[in-house]
Write a new protein. Structure first.
Lengths: 184, 437
């Protein structure tokens, strides 16, 4: 499986889920498009870049360290998904946000900070028009300058495990086991 | 993992998929803002909850007096779906109602050695009871509702050893601001944190809850305090042998006797100083870049080298899952009793639970706050969610006993300074930040 898309860079570190999807909109439970509140408390430049990424069909987002820390709200992930992102690349994701991304079919990829610097093209916020190609099966990110960055495919591990866990056959077996045994 | 934690973990592993443990979850605690979609999905698919009596739904985030139609419609739906699925719905008028993490004892879910999952990241508070508790998003909530299980990769463990006797005005809140500052660059993301040391042995239950609560903001998977901690870090030879099989990634030791009351100066809990220090120049060890450091200060309206001492504040909020426990309210009351809140300060109190409110009313503690000029808000997450009816002026400085201060947390352009309930009470009375000790 391969994604080829222009990409957005947003390298600020320690962006919390509060920033991504602010508190005061969490009561909106049934939105058709959660991206309307994406970064709604942040500076206009950040917001504008995200909307422009959405309009241009950008699928890949490169973010700073610890992007998505804090509150467990999955709305932050829904908003990024509704903005069109399929792949997020960082040098470190908080464990809970990483789980939430995987659960909502966005692939989090962790690579070395030096590789982030190479890919980000010296910009900290903006859209890079040249496409990035992400080969999920072989764990390889490539750009048009012939730079190839391998990533650990184990990040896909949990999504595979999840799909087994979510199958009704597995869950029936599991429930039978819980009901039969002395499990609590 | 050390022996005790491994025992808890292993006793909950019901299966493995591709080497990842499938954990049995004893109890699931949900709130109003992150659970509705999971509940809806189950009903729409015609499925049922495996153990509805082990699931608790506590609508603590939307204030009980919320007047907007979206919020009330959300709460109403959460209630209806919970009832249809047979879950324990704790309505705001129930005497046990309160912020999820503060009522686990009343709900009888604080069983030592158990595993709890929660829809709120501060569920780590429950670790004070010697159990493992971790936060999950909406999709994982749905999985647990259906099967009471979740595939989770076995986390690593690190220990924090706290020794010494704390300074009289210092609280667990200040110790955590200190620890988050010290540990923010350490590789603790997704780990289990175990607190040990003589300070922990002597700490009260509520103080332990404060430590475990705030550790969520270190990015840990779970944090835990198990009694009989001292043997783990003893240096004697026999103990070393006894724990030879322990697999702990790291041990961080701190003497807390020199920790003084602290306050944050930017938009991350990691950045705090004591009340007499000036805002430091950017250092490479700060967990962010120089420009980001300056951006945080710009939002707050501060400059490097500036002291917070003397800063005029517009508001004070005492409450939330970290600052709304009985001992927090009591410690703040000792400061404000018989005094008045400064005339330019809007002060708010929201105790964590109905039970605490009733007790504090009975003991006339709430009267002390009322007489001092505090507005009393209903129990719950209150002003920590910015869904509350209270709105503050642009650029207002608010000293809050909560654990998050990111941009817009308490309303657009509101500038939040995190401090302990004792500090917040002092500043409410004087109207500015000062070194009160």
């Amino acid at each position: 499986m391969q994604y080829v898309s222009p990409y957005m860079v947003f390298l600020e570190n320690n962006i919390s889920t509060d920033n991504i999807f602010p508190n005061q909109h969490l009561n909106n439970y049934d939105l058709l498009d959660y991206s309307q509140f994406l970064f709604s408390n942040s500076d206009p430049k950040t917001r504008k870049t995200f909307f422009s990424a959405k309009a241009k069909g950008v699928r890949i987002l490169i973010v700073g360290k610890n992007f998505g820390y804090g509150s467990s709200r999955e709305q932050a992930v829904w908003a990024l998904y509704d903005c069109g992102f399929k792949i997020l690349i960082s040098n470190q994701f908080p464990f809970l946000f990483k789980r939430n991304l995987i659960n909502y079919s966005i692939l989090p990829i962790e690579i070395d900070i030096e590789c982030i610097k190479v890919l980000s093209n010296n910009i900290t916020l903006g859209i890079v028009g040249n496409s990035l190609s992400v080969d999920i099966r072989n764990g390889l990110i490539s750009n048009n300058l012939d730079i190839h960055i391998p990533f650990n495919a184990s990040q896909i591990e949990l999504s595979v495990v999840n799909s087994i866990f979510d199958s009704s056959m597995y869950q029936e077996k599991l429930i039978e086991r819980i009901n039969k045994s002395t499990w609590r | 993992m050390d022996k005790e934690i491994e025992e808890i973990w292993n006793s909950h592993v019901i299966d493995q998929i591709d080497g990842i443990d499938v954990l049995y979850i004893d109890k699931l605690l949900l709130h109003d803002l992150t659970s509705l979609r999971a509940l809806q999905n189950i009903v729409r698919q015609g499925k049922s909850v495996l153990k509805p009596k082990d699931v608790f739904v506590i609508p603590d985030h939307v204030p009980i007096d919320a007047k907007d139609i979206v919020s009330s419609s959300l709460t109403m739906q959460v209630k209806q779906y919970s009832e249809v699925l047979g879950l324990n719905y704790i309505n705001p008028f129930n005497p046990h109602f309160g912020i999820t993490h503060l009522i686990i004892e009343q709900l009888n879910v604080a069983t030592k050695g158990s595993i709890i999952a929660g829809g709120d990241s501060h569920i780590t508070s429950a670790g004070a009871f010697g159990l493992l508790s971790f936060a999950v998003g909406t999709k994982d909530i749905e999985r647990i509702l259906l099967t009471h299980c979740l595939p989770v990769k076995r986390p690593d463990q690190f220990n924090v050893h706290l020794s010494g006797k704390k300074f009289v005005w210092t609280t667990g809140f200040d110790i955590m601001l200190f620890l988050i500052d010290k540990l923010s660059n350490m590789p603790v993301n997704g780990h289990i944190l175990r607190f040990v040391g003589n300070y922990i042995d002597e700490a009260s239950l509520e103080e332990k809850m404060t430590l475990c609560n705030f550790s969520a903001d270190l990015g840990v998977f779970s944090s835990i305090i198990i009694n009989d901690n001292h043997s783990i870090v003893s240096n004697s030879e026999s103990d070393k042998n006894k724990h030879a099989s322990d697999k702990i990634k790291a041990l961080y030791k701190f003497d807390i006797s020199s920790v003084l009351p602290r306050i944050t100066f930017s938009t991350l809990p990691n950045l705090s100083i004591t009340l007499s220090e000036s805002i430091p120049y950017y250092k490479a060890e700060h967990p962010l870049l120089r420009l980001e450091y300056l951006k945080g200060l710009e939002y707050m309206g501060f400059k490097v080298g500036q002291k917070l001492e003397g800063l005029k504040i517009g508001s004070v909020f005492i409450g939330s899952c970290i600052g709304g426990k009985f001992s927090d309210i009591l410690s703040a009351e000792a400061v404000i009793k018989g005094k008045k809140v400064a005339s330019h300060v809007k002060a708010f109190l929201s105790v964590g639970t109905n039970a605490i409110l009733n007790k504090a009313e009975e003991l006339r503690i709430i009267d002390s706050f009322r007489n001092a000029g505090f507005e009393i808000l209903s129990p719950g997450c209150s002003m920590c969610t910015s869904l509350s009816e209270v709105s503050l002026e642009n650029n207002c400085y608010i000293v809050s006993t909560i654990s998050r201060n990111c941009i817009g947390r308490q309303g657009q352009n509101v500038r939040t300074l995190l401090a302990s309930p004792i500090s917040a009470a002092h500043f409410a009375v004087e109207g500015f930040i000062y070194k009160y000790y």
